[in-house]
Design a protein around this ligand. Structure first.
Ligand code: ZN
Length: 366
């Protein structure tokens, strides 16, 4: 009798210790993690993190924000110093492939061309692409500021900008052997500015949609899918969502002007806003992205599962899943993850990541 009982317990444990791939994929087809690409000296530690933490949680999508942390051969002038080599990237690609993780490189296009007082490599080397050349980066950055400077943008109508950025996009997709590319395109505050001789007076929604469509078409020719952040497509005023997670500069009408096969990464960090439904109803595939609030992330994962269960067959599969976003460097995140540096507070990306994936596991057994 005792033996039977032990066997029963063992079989329950064995059954519960791992969720089947089919069950995980049907619950949430995309189970993602997004972070800055590691520096070369932190690569091995990051690969270990993939194997020991992402794989057991059945993470199947890794968005790596590479930007200029790669030794581009097409444009060596744009490389960061100490950037990753081709063989570094191959190590990452290999470990992801062995574990069935799709790896998606990101290079910020259009917006996020500067950060605080630091110019990004593209506008530092090619200042002629700057949408707001009259706005000088301050020595000490503060928000808010009279220039309404958050990040610089490049001018989407500059005749020479795409030849260069598409070289980078093509090269990074090649080296990552990727069938998807993330162009960022969030928080574009400078667009259609009066001081730009090409964009002045133009409809900002049309300018934004034009840039998304151009990038999408460039990638589609090569069978690569475009992913972007969703905030510029949400009306921040009418919804009350605000000028960060939504748009205050009239770009939101672009939602009806861009191709429907663009994947939307719908990030919400303050509240678990249910705008994934809006994107799905407009015909887009969408993933919801939390950051550091574990309670919100748990709600967001549960919402996504509920949307998939309660939608029409037409809508169901547009709710693709969730992506944990991390905005610190990979090294800093790992220090916090492994407790080598203190990371106090309830709301941290590490706690959020753990809580959300625990919730996904719990939902898998329901
Ligand atoms: Zn312009």
């Amino acid at each position: 009798m005792k033996k039977v009982f032990i066997l029963l317990v063992l079989s329950v444990i064995a059954g519960n210790c791992c969720v089947s791939q089919e069950r995980a994929d049907s619950l949430l087809p995309v189970r993602g993690f997004c972070i800055t690409s590691p520096r070369a000296d932190g690569l091995d530690k990051f690969i270990e993190f993939i194997k020991s933490e992402l794989v057991p949680r059945k993470v199947n999508t890794l968005i790596l924000r590479v930007d200029y942390n790669y030794r581009y051969e097409s444009h060596p002038e744009l490389r960061d110093s100490g950037a990753l080599t081709k063989s570094d990237i191959r190590k990452l690609v290999r470990v992801c492939r062995e574990n069935k993780i799709g790896i998606i490189p990101q290079v910020n296009l259009l917006g996020h061309q500067s950060w605080a007082s630091r110019m990004g490599n593209l506008l530092r080397v090619y200042p002629q692409f700057d949408e707001t050349p009259k706005v000088k980066l301050p020595e000490k950055y503060v928000w808010p500021n009279p220039d309404k400077l958050y990040c610089k943008s490049y001018c989407p109508l500059h005749p020479d900008v795409h030849a260069i950025v598409f070289d980078l996009v093509d090269e990074i997709c090649r080296v990552f052997e990727s069938d998807a590319f993330h162009a960022g395109m969030d928080e574009v505050f400078y667009i259609g500015e009066d001081q730009c001789p090409r964009c002045s007076g133009k409809d900002k929604a049309e300018l934004f949609a034009g840039e998304v469509t151009l990038i999408r078409n460039h990638l589609a020719d090569k069978g690569i899918k475009l992913w972007i952040w969703g905030d510029r497509l949400i009306d921040g005023k009418t919804t009350g969502i605000g000028e960060w997670e939504g748009s205050f500069n009239n770009t939101h009408r672009a939602i009806d002007m861009i191709p429907k096969d663009v994947m939307i990464c719908d990030w919400h960090y303050e509240r678990p806003d249910q705008t994934a439904v809006y994107f799905a109803m407009k015909g887009f595939d969408v993933v919801t992205c939390p950051w550091r609030d574990p309670e919100n992330a748990v709600a967001q994962a549960a919402d996504m599962v509920r949307f998939r269960a309660s939608s029409t067959p037409e809508m169901k599969n547009r709710f693709r899943g969730v992506v944990q976003t991390v905005w610190s460097g990979a090294g800093q995140f790992l220090d916090s993850y492994y407790g080598t540096k203190e990371d106090p507070g309830e709301n941290t990306p590490v706690k959020c990541f753990r809580a959300m994936y625990d919730e996904i596991e719990r939902l898998s057994f329901k």
